[in-house]
Design a binder for this molecule. Structure first.
Ligand code: NAD
Ligand code: ZN
Length: 351
């Protein structure tokens, strides 16, 4: 399966399927050197299969998770690239989840003012992060505060790598697939709700189909608005509250996607109040409970703390928190919401 991504700055293919890594070797001949960036977890689980096919890889391994996205690691990657003699005709491969993709993409965007890079995502969440061209590292004062818009040469998404993902990572990534259905495609959402009753044991064919659809939806928003001035912001559905919850959660308590799921339920309820959304929210909640999502806001979180965080969200322009809301499934719109309604809705959803 293949999705063609079109943006103002570049067109590139996303290949999705099982056993498709052979597509990679044929594309690498034109490059002088190949540097692969991966993390410790992915390296242990899956690097062997890649090295068999590509014995000439120069491998840099980062710590797993957000620890990959620091200035220190970023600098270290650049030093490693320089010492290994990468030039402007070399390529960087990002082999891992969204964290490795963001780091490797930013290294590629800035090394010698930009060299080619290829995404080989290994998480479900990366169907989102590997498409769209946002790459970044974190600043001590804020997540993703240092970055660029930089598109890869291609994305090779082999579903075989996904079977080693821990259940929580599957749940985290799949929340974004569901988000893509909610903001853009009622038929896709309905298909998911009818056919998916558990996130365990997803087979390769199902996975590839759902991820492909998610990528098509994401890229349709991005291709119309590469640098996020308008409709790309709709991809932030569920993220105004989601980011606030994620920021307040203790380490390991809630993943990104789990937080976004709470945020999506919240935004659905606001949509019903403010825009008369007719979607059956209770059925949606019953379904996500079957998938083991928690959708209630954790009792440890206070409204005022979350409210302050929501006001700081970058979609907000007037000081009131801005939300992506739905007129209908597949019809998002931006809305600034009054504090009183946010507070009432918060108490409905709080544990
Ligand atoms: P991640 O890269 O941190 O991966 C999550 C965990 O799963 C890590 O511990 C990793 O080692 C492990 N892992 C990865 N692949 C595995 C596999 N196949 N089997 C077992 N374990 C595996 O995070 P993520 O959830 O993929 O992505 C989150 C990151 O993506 C965040 O840094 C976020 O800011 C970024 N992001 C970027 C964009 C974008 O548009 N650039 C969009 C969304 C998220
Ligand atoms: Zn997200």
């Amino acid at each position: 399966e293949k999705v063609a991504i079109h943006t103002a700055s570049k067109n590139y293919p996303v290949y999705i399927g099982s056993d498709i890594m052979h597509l990679l070797s044929s594309c690498l001949e034109e490059y002088t050197k190949i540097m692969l960036i991966t993390d410790e977890t992915v390296s242990k689980l899956h690097l062997g299969t890649l090295i068999e096919q590509l014995p000439n890889l120069i491998v840099y391994t980062t710590p797993s998770g957000e620890k990959a996205k620091t200035f220190k690691i970023y600098e270290d990657c650049l030093s490693f690239a320089l010492k290994n003699g990468l030039d402007r005709k070399s390529v960087i491969l990002a082999f891992g989840g969204g964290a490795v993709g963001d780091l490797a993409g930013f290294v590629a965007a800035t090394y010698m003012r930009g060299i080619p890079f290829i995404q080989i995502p290994t998480t479900i969440l990366a169907h989102d992060s590997a498409v769209g061209g946002k790459v970044a590292i974190n600043h001590p004062l804020g997540k993703n505060m240092v970055g660029a818009f930089y598109q890869p040469e291609m994305v090779i998404y082999d579903t075989n790598f996904l079977h080693s993902l821990p259940e929580r990572q599957v749940r985290s990534g799949f929340a974004e697939v569901i988000k893509h259905g909610l903001i853009a495609d009622p038929a896709f959402l309905q298909e998911l709700m009818e056919n998916l009753s558990s996130l365990n044991h997803l087979d390769n064919i199902q996975l590839a189909k759902y991820l492909k659809k998610g990528i098509e939806i994401k890229s349709s928003f991005v291709s119309k608005d590469e640098k996020e001035t308008g409709i790309r912001a709709y991809l932030n559905f569920g993220h105004t509250l989601g980011h606030a919850i994620e920021a307040k959660a203790g380490f390991g308590e809630l993943t990104h996607g789990e937080s976004v799921m709470c945020g999506m339920v919240y935004a659905l309820i606001l949509s019903k109040h403010l825009l008369g959304l007719t979607f059956d929210i209770q059925s949606f909640i019953n379904w996500i409970e079957k998938l083991d999502y928690k959708w209630r806001i954790p009792s440890s979180m206070e409204f005022n703390t979350l409210y302050e965080l929501m006001k700081r969200d970058k979609k907000s322009t007037s000081g009131k928190p801005a939300f992506v809301l739905l007129e209908e499934i597949g019809k998002p719109t931006m809305f600034e919401v009054e504090k009183s309604l946010l507070e009432d809705t918060f108490y409905k959803l709080s544990e």
